[in-house]
Design a protein around this ligand. Structure first.
Ligand code: RNT
Ligand code: ZN
Length: 421
């Protein structure tokens, strides 16, 4: 008797879709997993500063990782429940001092060195995964005013420029050590709660700060530079220095990547729609896959229409080689490991659906001007048995296709997380 997968493969073949090709492409696609979901963006610096920067974590779910060893152990549980090979995305505030494990203090952010990340590199090597990196321009006394790289004070601005210079060096080191270019993504919280008089000065200063940070050049095989804009944040509702237009212009001029975060636009704007425009002018895009809900840009990623639209554009545009995909959300109200697994799986499922689209047929209908047939086939494609292909994909990777993975996470919760106080 034919299996569900064989029947699905036949159905797809009838629409000129090769499921084996889709599975092979999906298996190659890594998702960069955000360290900060594992510990509510706390990091390991010896500091008493609140998170700030407009970032707000809500929830008190027990079991947060309290140190780097716990975070790594938790991430390994998530990785064990995911098909494919993924990456891990660190923030500078996750620095450690070495075997002794107590992190540097946050006052040292401008002096961070590769040695502060030695344990992370060794861990990534042991798992055969790549690392990505982010400078941390928040949760710091010198960011308390709401300005960092755009600050009017020379001393404060210098501190943050040095931080960005240091983190690029560290990211390039990750790339060299692990044999896969690390994305260094720069996001700053700079902005104003209420109407500024001077929108120009901070943007001119930010441009100058960036020029200083990006002055040193590194091989593309080690480092991919990326800049991330935003529409607004808590406390920066009226003015964000690093807006989408600002960074799009900056990235175009410098020919670096621009980061598009799906939680960072007006609710009626579609990130999917932007890809074919932005990628005409910048060499690469970093996607921050997130889910905006009301004011919050960082809910756990689920398989929704927006995510499917993004994945579809990536596949139709044949641009997966130019796009790095990372998750960006933090939810402290549910099991944090489950939050990771959910987001990676949803992103992979969206990609699989896109890779299984009867694209050739759709294109031929469009080229023939048959827009009726195009719309009918788009609707028909929604009924296709992609779930059977997903099941096959997971079984080949020895992970559960459905929610059964939660049992492993729950066992770990009972045996490990629940003991953390
Ligand atoms: C903030 C940006 C940024 C952060 C992470 C923690 O609005 O999306 O990417 O979420 O750097
Ligand atoms: Zn982001």
């Amino acid at each position: 008797m034919a299996t569900a997968f064989q029947l699905a493969a036949e159905q797809y073949a009838a629409l000129d879709v090769d499921v084996e090709q889709s599975i092979a492409r999906l298996a190659e696609q890594s998702i960069s997993i955000q360290c900060w979901q594992g510990d509510d963006v706390s990091g390991f610096e010896q500091r008493g500063t609140e998170l700030g920067g407009g970032l707000a974590v809500t929830g008190k779910y027990p079991g947060r990782a309290r140190n780097a060893d716990e975070l790594r152990a938790d991430a390994e549980v998530a990785l064990s429940q995911l098909p494919g090979r993924h990456r891990f995305n660190l923030h500078a505030s996750y620095a450690e001092s070495g075997p002794g494990r107590s992190g540097p203090t946050c006052s040292e952010r401008n002096q961070l060195e590769t040695g502060h990340f030695g344990n992370w590199i060794a861990w990534a090597k042991s798992l055969g995964i790549g690392l990505d990196f982010n400078p941390t321009f928040f949760a710091h006394p010198l960011a308390a005013s709401g300005m960092t790289l755009a600050h009017a004070d020379q001393g404060i601005r210098r501190f943050w420029i040095e931080h960005g210079q240091a983190t690029r060096r560290i990211a390039a080191h990750f790339g060299a050590e692990l044999g896969t270019a690390a994305v260094h993504n720069l996001w700053i919280p700079d902005g104003m709660k209420d109407l500024p008089v001077d929108r120009w000065g901070p943007r001119a200063r930010l441009r100058d700060s960036l020029d200083q940070i990006f002055a040193e050049s590194f091989s593309e095989s080690k480092l991919i530079d990326s800049v991330e804009g935003k529409l607004f944040g808590i406390g920066s509702e009226s003015y964000v220095v690093g807006s989408h237009e600002f960074y799009l212009g900056y990235a175009t001029r410098r020919q670096i990547a621009v980061c598009l975060d799906s939680g960072h636009y007006h609710p009626t704007e579609e990130l999917a729609e932007k890809l074919s425009a932005v990628l005409q002018f910048v060499p690469r895009v970093l996607l921050h896959v997130s889910r905006g809900v009301r004011w919050d840009s960082d809910h756990v990623v689920i398989l929704n229409d927006e995510l499917r639209a993004i994945a579809t554009e990536l596949v139709r545009g044949d641009c997966l080689e130019r796009v790095r995909i990372g998750l960006d959300y933090f939810d402290a109200s549910i099991n944090r490991i489950a939050a990771w697994v959910l987001g990676v799986r949803a992103t992979q499922q969206a990609l699989l659906q896109a890779l299984l689209e009867p694209e050739k047929l759709l294109r031929s209908l469009e080229e023939a001007g048959d827009f009726t047939g195009r719309l009918v086939l788009m609707e028909q494609a929604k009924q296709l048995p992609w779930g059977a292909v997903w099941t096959e994909f997971c079984e080949r990777a020895n992970v559960a296709p459905g929610g059964e993975w939660l049992q492993t996470v729950r066992n770990y919760e009972n045996n490990v997380l629940s003991l953390r106080r």
